[in-house]
Design a protein around this ligand. Sequence first.
Ligand code: NAD
Ligand code: 0WE
Length: 258
Amino acid sequence: MLNLTGKNALVTGIANNRSIAWGIAQQLHQAGANLGITYLPDEKGKMEKKVAELVEPLNPSLFLPCDVQNDEQIHSTFDTIRDKWGKLDILVHCLAFANKDDLSGDFSQTTRAGFNTALQISTYSLVQLSGAAKPLMTEGGSIVTLTYLGSIRAIPNYNIMGVAKAGLEASVRYLAAEMGPQNIRVNAISAGPIRTLASSAVGGILDMIHHVEEVAPLRRTVTQLEVGNTAAFLCSDLSTGITGQVIYVDAGYEIMGM
Ligand code: NAD
Ligand code: 0WE
């Protein structure tokens, strides 16, 4: 059975109760994992308060600020894990960012700065967090990240994020190849469109969701908790033979041609 008792899991990317990371954290908690939660700090400390209140029922034993653009915060996050937990078993990478300007209009007009922002936050962060996690995963481990179909198809307006996700999926393969000998598995979940803070800020997301509801084999979209269940599976001993993969949790949409 799916059992994560005795496993220490660091979950990144919770912003509110619609976040995919929130669905994942709930399912990891339900499976018995000991949770560490990171949040993106802001100047007024509003995010810290909001996320702290949300995650309280999951009794996280670590709650830490971690802006992936801030090397010091990344180092201090993993220093704390080493000091307080001794070992890490699970890393959930569930964050992405591109400038809003770069998520509409002509892809060819993407600026160097916009390209760098999207790839640093959305792609390089997986490499950096995995590199920091590796020495702490002394009993093996599981790293899970979130991707989207725009990595392999040209989805209108996804633009630079599609390039970032293509890089993310390639990074999953290189990380899996490197870390396999240490029994660390690295996989991505490709989720169908879900209404979250990030996706709701995108024009036309509701039309995309309605399209999926018409075309996907299951005739619906997926929920954060369904993504969370697949993440729990990938983090558990039920998936010990799986690494380097992109698993679609999208109600089957990816298989369709029309
Ligand atoms: P969300 O807005 O709830 O989560 C995005 C998270 O990224 C937020 O918690 C935000 O704080 C964090 N973040 C942004 N910049 C950061 C930084 N510099 N340092 C640390 N954290 C930072 O939205 P979501 O839809 O739950 O997104 C989570 C992941 O799921 C992303 O990787 C996204 O690409 C992916 N995804 C989303 C969908 C969808 O339709 N919502 C579909 C497939 C994949
Ligand atoms: O990966 C994502 C969300 C990515 C995202 C969204 C935003 C909006 C607000 C990254 N950065 C930002 N920056 C902001 O300022 N998804 C898979 C959801 C999503 O985003 C899209 C989609 C879908 C689906 C953007 C365009 C088209 C479709």
